[in-house]
Each structure stands twice: as structure tokens, then as C-alpha cells.
Design a protein around this ligand. Structure first.
Ligand SMILES: [Fe+2]
Length: 238
């Protein structure tokens, strides 16, 4: 296999354990900031240290804790802001000439191709960004968890389908970069999530919806660790 054209740098910022990612295209020194928020000066400092030029901003979704640094970054860098069209319509926020995408679209960052996946559930236009064998999952998929679906625009039925599609369509050794540091570890593989993420154990939509909406938040604490199918069965939740 050829050497990867990119590197993903994680920064944990702000009071909600958000992960902001800097995607580095190695050859061109271009950089995409995913979900710029909380501490713009530290984001800019990191880009300077790595000798990167921020040319793009990628949004996984429009919640405040993922977007509150957009304007700050744009004061320092002229960057194109990318998000899915359904998220822009849901958000109803004015952005200056945003690049609106559909699921499956590809972006170029120098030599690096980034595929945008439409993964609704947490919000109607939530996106994951796939780069080679890695994926930035926002609040769709956490390590041993998934985004809540009880906020405005959330849909546990959509989340069920989204997670099922990810399980079936993405390779097991794909590396996951979530939107929050809610787990015992910052990253994981899809295979490890299929084994130990309770939300990945459901084959039945109704049971999933019940677990997501009514059971999970009162039975589990952070940091999340692995939950086996067997454990859910014993607890009568599967
Ligand atoms: Fe969110």
C-alpha cells in the first residue's frame, strides 16, 4: 500500500471535551479544520507549528460546540466552509458562500481525497468525513457511544439506519475519530466498535430507539468503555 497523503491531528478543546481535528495534506501543506470551536488561537497556533495553511473548514454538524470558532478562524484564514445541504437548511444560519454538499461527494485537499458521508440521526444533515482508512465521525459515532437523538432535528430511527450502514459498508479496520472525548480512549476501529459499542448490537429498530431514548443515559456514565452483546442481553436490553 502507498504511503498516506495526509495526517489527522486531534486537539481536545473547550468544556465539553470536543475534538477539533486538523487534517494535514502532507505534500501541499494545506489544512482542513474539522469543527473549529472554543479556542481559535490554539487552533491557529497548532497550524503554525505544523507549518500548515488552513484552506478549508469541514463541519460535521451545526451544534454550537462544533462551530463556535468558524468566524474566528475566518478572521485569520481565507477558508472554504463545507457542510451538507440538509444541515445548512436545518441550521438556518447565514454563512458567506458556503460549499453545500450531498452525501457521497468528494473533496480534494491537495493530494488527499475526502469523501463526505450523510449520516443523519444526531441532526438531519450530520456528516462523517472519510479519508483513506480513517473517518471523522462528529457526534454520529463516539468510541463506545453515539450521539443523542432527543435534541431538535434528532431522529433515533435515522441513527439506527446510519449505524447499520456504517457497520455494513465500512471496513472493520477503519480508524474512528469522534467529535468528543467521551471514552476511555480517544480513537478506535470500526471492528472494535462492532464488538463493544452497545449501539452497534441492535438489529431491531424499536429496541434501539428504546435504548437510545430511554435507557442509555440513565444506565451509563462517562468515560464509556466496551459493552458486549451478552451484557445487554443479561440486562434484558437486547
Ligand atoms: Fe452535537
Amino acid at each position: 500500500m502507498s504511503e498516506s497523503s495526509f495526517k489527522i491531528h486531534a486537539m481536545e478543546l473547550g468544556p465539553m471535551e470536543n475534538f477539533v481535528y486538523l487534517v494535514e495534506d502532507i505534500a501541499s501543506r494545506r489544512c482542513a479544520v474539522v469543527d473549529p470551536a472554543w479556542e481559535v488561537e490554539r487552533i491557529m497556533q497548532k497550524a503554525r507549528e505544523l507549518e500548515l495553511k488552513i484552506t478549508d473548514i469541514l463541519l460535521t454538524h451545526s451544534h454550537h460546540d462544533h462551530i463556535n470558532g468558524i468566524e474566528g478562524v475566518l478572521e485569520h484564514a481565507s477558508a472554504e466552509v463545507h457542510l451538507l445541504k440538509p444541515e445548512y437548511e436545518f441550521w438556518q444560519h447565514e454563512l458567506d458562500r458556503p460549499s453545500l454538499h450531498h452525501g457521497g461527494d468528494e473533496l480534494r485537499l491537495g493530494d488527499t481525497t475526502i469523501t463526505i458521508l450523510h449520516t443523519p440521526g444526531h441532526t438531519p444533515g450530520s456528516a462523517c468525513y472519510q479519508l483513506g482508512n480513517e473517518i471523522i465521525t462528529g457526534d454520529t459515532l463516539f468510541v463506545f457511544g453515539c450521539g443523542r437523538c432527543d435534541l431538535k432535528g434528532g431522529s433515533p430511527e435515522d441513527m439506527f439506519v446510519t449505524l447499520k450502514n456504517m457497520k455494513q459498508r465500512l471496513p472493520q479496520d477503519m480508524l474512528i475519530h469522534p467529535g468528543h472525548n467521551y471514552s476511555v480512549k480517544p480513537t478506535s476501529t470500526l471492528g472494535e466498535q462492532i464488538e463493544g459499542n452497545p449501539f452497534m448490537h441492535y438489529d431491531d429498530e424499536e429496541a434501539f430507539v428504546n435504548y437510545r431514548q430511554h435507557v442509555h443515559d440513565r444506565t451509563r456514565d462517562e468515560p464509556y468503555s466496551a459493552v458486549s452483546r451478552q451484557q445487554l442481553k443479561i440486562a434484558n436490553l437486547l
